[in-house]
Design a binder for this molecule. Structure first.
Ligand SMILES: Cc1cc2nc3c(=O)[nH]c(=O)nc-3n(C[C@H](O)[C@H](O)[C@H](O)COP(=O)(O)O)c2cc1C
Length: 369
């Protein structure tokens, strides 16, 4: 199997990616309970360093934006030191890694933030439930689930704090040795909550028109690019996803505005979650990929339900420059080699997706034939 397009090198800022396989961000909850990355995580990422680019698991920029047990952060020196161990291991293995920087907004349970009300664009709760922190007698198994709560609509001071936190996390990412940062604007987290009409009912300068709903993102871009060369900044979006009660009255127009904003700031890439193959989310009815591509001149990474041949075809058709793989990377540390040769793929054990230590994390073998 040739897959010629997928295995061509790609320029991203001053980096040369040896291939167009990107490891998608995957939350795996192996940091310490104080949100510090560990040596186990360094080993896991180093196992996957032969891809073109690793995007780290979502990494919280501020304690109030952190609502998941044992996810990493980037707001203090201990976390920077922990991440330096990870980036050092990836670089020693010949790889490149960006930090995905993240604020969960309304998807934080009060249990994670001392009982406080989480922050959101508007006072609208998400559908569904999520993992609560462990009880005192926790045995390492599945965490209890709790429903999301109604967030407090952010005031100007809250917005200013979040914007500053993104800038500080970007600075910390460079201190920790990351090659760049990816702003997490996807999957119903704080930026997405401001962008989309279903969750943004504000009547101030951050709500209503598309220009207003993209204002928080504009401010975050300004804060992040003040710290990091824009060519080393990416943005992840999921414009057509309806998960967790998300939705927009005109995803095409919103995506065009977001793409134009990324272009205005000279961002290195847009990472688009918009399944065109199968799987993680429902297929987009009216895909925005071509609209984003026409307005954004940087690298376009596509994601969602791809395998080697479909990724190769997407790149060969000029729809994207690279493709990211999430679930395939869980059980196949040697995904690049497997796709190159057309070897069978191992299936992940989802029981260990978000809990545990090495089992179901670093113990998936390379293909042995
Ligand atoms: C276990 C797991 C953890 C994930 N964590 C993140 C995350 O931290 N940040 C993010 O943007 N997406 C996250 N995602 C979504 C993936 O990056 C990706 O968009 C999704 O798995 C679809 O791609 P795939 O079909 O290649 O798996 C996660 C997905 C899974 C299965």
């Amino acid at each position: 199997m040739a897959l010629d397009a997928l295995f061509q090198p790609l320029r991203l800022g001053d980096l040369t990616l040896p291939n167009r396989v990107v490891m998608a961000p995957l939350t795996r909850s192996r940091a310490t309970p104080a949100n510090v990355p560990t040596a186990l995580m360094a080993g896991y990422y180093a196992q996957r360093a032969d891809c073109g680019l690793i995007v780290s698991e979502a990494t919280a920029v501020h304690p109030l934006g952190m609502g998941w047990y044992r996810v990493p952060g980037l707001w203090n020196a201990e976390q920077v030191a922990g991440w330096a161990g990870v980036t050092g291991a990836v670089h020693a293995a010949g790889g490149r890694i960006f930090a995905q920087i993240w604020h969960m907004g309304r998807l934080v349970l009060p249990d994670y933030i001392g009982g406080a009300q989480p922050l959101g664009a508007s006072a609208i709760a998400s559908e569904g439930e999520t993992f609560a922190p462990p009880p005192p007698d926790y045995d390492g198994g599945f965490l209890p689930m709790k429903p999301y709560v109604v967030p407090r609509a952010m005031e100007q001071a809250d917005i200013d704090t979040v914007v500053k936190a993104f800038g500080a996390a970007a600075r910390n990412a460079l201190l920790a040795g990351f090659d760049g940062v990816e702003v997490h604007g996807a999957n119903g987290y704080i930026i997405d909550q401001f962008l989309k009409s279903a969750t943004n009912h504000r009547t101030d300068g951050y709500g209503g028109s598309i220009a207003n709903r993209t204002r928080l993102l504009r401010e975050i871009f300004a804060a992040v690019t003040a710290e990091v060369d824009p060519a080393k900044v990416g943005l992840r979006i999921s414009p057509t996803s309806a998960r967790k009660g998300m939705g927009d009255e005109d995803p095409g127009a919103l995506s065009e505005a977001v793409a134009a904003l990324a272009q205005e700031f000279g961002l290195g890439y847009i990472h688009l979650i918009e399944p065109v193959a199968a799987g993680f989310m429902d297929m987009a009815e009216d895909p925005v990929i071509e609209r984003v591509r026409s307005l954004f001149k940087g690298v376009l990474i596509q994601n969602g339900g791809f395998d080697g041949p479909t990724a190769d075809a997407c790149i060969a058709a000029g729809k994207a420059d690279a493709v990211s793989f999430g679930r395939p990377y869980m059980a196949n540390p040697d995904l690049v080699a497997r796709m190159q040769v057309g070897l069978p793929m191992a299936a992940p054990d989802f029981d260990y997706a978000y809990v545990g230590e090495g089992r179901g994390y670093t113990d998936y073998p390379r293909f042995a034939g």
